[in-house]
Design a protein around this ligand. Structure first.
Ligand code: GDP
Length: 293
């Protein structure tokens, strides 16, 4: 994951990792390289600029240049700032049961797959997940969800006839509760772009099922576009978390590094492949140290 970014950052920090003396000039050079590495990973321009400013301020505040091992201290400061960028604090779903989770996102983002992946993960942790297929416009999406639900032994409900999404949601919820489910995941309809109809429909579903979590599934390979999508969904719906998908392959990392600080919404899970097992809770500390190599 993010191999190119890691390679560039490792290169930028190589001169700092030694224990020798460090001058203001070579520290500034290293930070310039760090900034370039972030920008080439498609990190949002202001996010990269503010990141470097915070690292510089922390270096001055902690009198790094006068310390015993200045280089290592700078690397530590960069690590800490990366963790802040990726999102401090809890990235877990609310512990409340029953837990109602609305899964939203654009078409093709990996929403249906992620709904099944999340169900599988929760089931492994002892929950009784249930998925409700609310994408009435794409029978294939409902079929896909049903197949995945069967495969992962998750409860499932949908209605391929109705045109009333809130009613579908309410009936799905009642069915789930009657079957003793304790986490109910609603897979909503996606569109190619954010449009008012889509948002209005999700708002009505939200009012009908009163979710505890509204999770946006965003395609991490889209870089800054994913950040813009997240911002628009958050403004309209009030998101409680994000799932960034497709972080496998050659994704550069810009979305993962910018999305929390631009939107204020924490990444809770990441998708790292097409299989239902290719899904992980998001740990900022782990990713920060992985990125720093
Ligand atoms: P939806 O339209 O948002 O419901 O998207 P789907 O769940 O149907 O996924 C769209 C495509 O992305 C499918 O081919 C999935 O297998 C693929 N996909 C979903 N998540 C990931 C991921 O984390 N990594 C990769 N490589 N592919 C993914």
């Amino acid at each position: 994951m993010f191999e190119s970014l890691t390679e560039k950052l490792t290169g930028a920090l190589r001169s700092l990792r030694g224990t020798g003396a460090l001058t203001e000039a070579n520290m500034a050079d290293a930070l310039k390289e760090v900034r370039a590495a972030l920008l080439s990973a498609d990190v949002h321009f202001t996010v990269a600029r503010d990141f470097i400013a915070r690292v510089q301020a922390a270096c001055v505040g902690q009198a790094v240049l006068k310390s015993v091992s200045p280089g290592q201290q700078v690397v530590k400061i960069i690590n800490d700032e990366l963790v802040k960028l990726l999102g401090e604090g809890t990235t877990e779903l609310a512990a409340k049961r029953p837990l109602k989770v609305l899964m939203v996102g654009l078409h093709g983002s990996g929403k249906t797959t992620s709904t099944a992946k999340l169900g599988k993960l929760l089931k492994k942790k002892g929950a009784r997940p249930f998925v409700v297929g609310c994408d009435i416009y794409r029978p294939a999406a409902i079929d896909q969800l049903e197949i995945l639900a069967k495969q992962e032994e998750l409860g499932f409900y949908s209605d391929r006839v109705t045109k009333d999404v809130p009613a579908l949601g309410t009936t799905g919820l009642a069915t789930a509760l009657a079957q003793n489910a304790d986490v109910i995941l609603f897979d909503t309809a996606g569109r190619l772009q954010i449009d008012t109809d889509l948002i209005e429909e999700v708002k009505k579903l939200k009012a009908a099922v009163t979710p505890d979590e509204i999770i946006l599934v965003a395609d991490g390979a889209l870089g800054q576009e994913a950040v813009n999508v997240a911002k628009a969904f958050h403004d309209a719906l009030g998101l409680t978390g994000l799932i960034l998908t497709k972080l496998d392959g050659d994704t550069r990392g810009g979305a993962a590094l910018s999305i929390k600080s631009v939107t204020g919404v924490p990444i809770k899970f990441i998708g790292v492949g097409e299989k239902t097992a290719d899904f992980e809770p998001f740990y900022p500390e782990r990713l920060a140290s992985r990125i720093l190599g």
